[in-house]
Design a protein around this ligand. Structure first.
Ligand code: PLP
Ligand code: COI
Length: 330
């Protein structure tokens, strides 16, 4: 299978907002858009997106995972960017149409169809630096995917960055391209200098999240992650894992914690990333100020894998879905 995000299905869905009206969510062959050079998004980054997955269960049926939560988050991101906010029903229709159009192209488990709804500002106005785009385009593309990190399940190495921010204190909860652009320099040098897989952003010594996933610690009976305060993305996987963890008997702590506390915990902890793309990816070591620190024994944590199993068995239709997270669509 191609690397994550580099293969695309044959169809997409588009809906545009012009003259205060959304057009229908139409399926089209995937292909290039043509934009006037003055298009708002190209200058003022009026863009937000979502990432969710559809799974083909062993009986052949197709299911979405918690798509209503992605729809709510896209609408919240759109409002933060002063973009026209698409109605929830339109986004849902766009997602379902996009998946139904490519059911034959959805990989079998453990693969999935990654769904990328995207909203961009399309007003032709380079003067509109201080107000939102009046027009917008909502589109949904899809990509058959396997693992996000190359090499399958392996202990990841994170670089702890206590200087740079991936976002501003309140904009971290917005799923917008600018936040990813802000993290690129740090992630690129972490890879080049330390062969790190990702950066754990800890501005001012406060642990936040990585460039594309939330961060969690399992220590004794405690499941620990940063509390939601606007600075990090409110991950849907994060929320799912906290619920499953509580169900499995862990004490859940959504708290602020520092790099020093984290380094103290690491020798007798497991750590992992959580996200739609990352699913639950174990962390084996961190590098801080040039010094490496092992997480637990440095291997893939057994209890982290139990949590992953609890999550994926619901996503894959192998376990009762008591929270009604999955939706049958085809
Ligand atoms: N944090 C960031 C910065 C992300 O890009 C993602 C991925 O979507 C997440 C966290 C995890 O969010 P979710 O679990 O909703 O995919
Ligand atoms: C996701 O997990 O959906 C993400 O958005 C990560 C992505 C930036 C690759």
């Amino acid at each position: 299978m191609a690397e994550f995000g580099q293969a695309f299905t044959s169809q997409m869905v588009v809906s545009s907002f012009e003259n205060d009206q959304w057009s229908t969510a139409d399926v089209k062959p995937i292909g290039p858009f043509s934009f006037h050079p003055a298009t708002h998004v190209l200058h003022y980054s009026s863009t937000c997106f979502e990432g969710l997955k559809a799974y083909r269960w062993v009986d052949g049926s197709i299911h979405l995972f918690r798509h209503h939560d992605n729809i709510s988050r896209l609408r919240a991101s759109a409002a933060s960017l002063c973009l026209p906010v698409p109605p929830a029903e339109l986004i849902e229709e766009a997602i379902i149409n996009a998946v139904k159009a490519v059911t034959d192209e959805i990989p079998d488990l453990p693969g999935a169809l990654y769904i990328r709804p995207t909203l961009i500002g399309t007003e032709l106005n380079i003067g509109a630096a201080g107000r939102g785009s009046k027009n917008a385009l909502l589109y949904v593309i899809t990509s058959p995917v396997g693992d996000y990190f190359s090499g399958g399940v392996r202990p990841l190495k994170l670089l702890i960055d206590d200087e740079n921010m991936r976002s501003t204190p309140k904009f971290g909860q917005v799923k917008t391209g600018g936040n990813y652009a802000a993290s690129l320099g740090s992630v690129t040098s972490a890879r080049a200098e330390y062969q790190a897989d990702q950066v754990l952003f800890c501005p001012g010594g406060q642990v936040q999240e990585t460039g594309a996933a939330n961060f969690m610690i399992l220590r004794g009976n405690d499941l620990i992650t940063k509390k939601l305060d606007g600075s990090i993305l409110p991950g849907i996987t994060r929320n799912s894992i906290l619920k499953l963890g509580a169900d499995m008997g862990y004490q859940v702590h959504e708290i602020d914690f520092t790099v020093d506390e984290l380094l103290n915990w690491l020798p007798d902890s497991e750590a992992f990333l959580s996200g739609t793309a990352a699913v639950l990816s174990p962390v084996g070591s961190v590098v801080y100020q040039g010094v490496g620190h092992t997480v637990g024994n440095g291997e893939v944590g057994e209890r982290s894998m139990q949590l992953k199993q609890a999550l994926t068995s619901i996503q894959h239709g192998k376990q009762e879905d008591r929270w009604h997270w999955t939706s049958l669509i085809a």
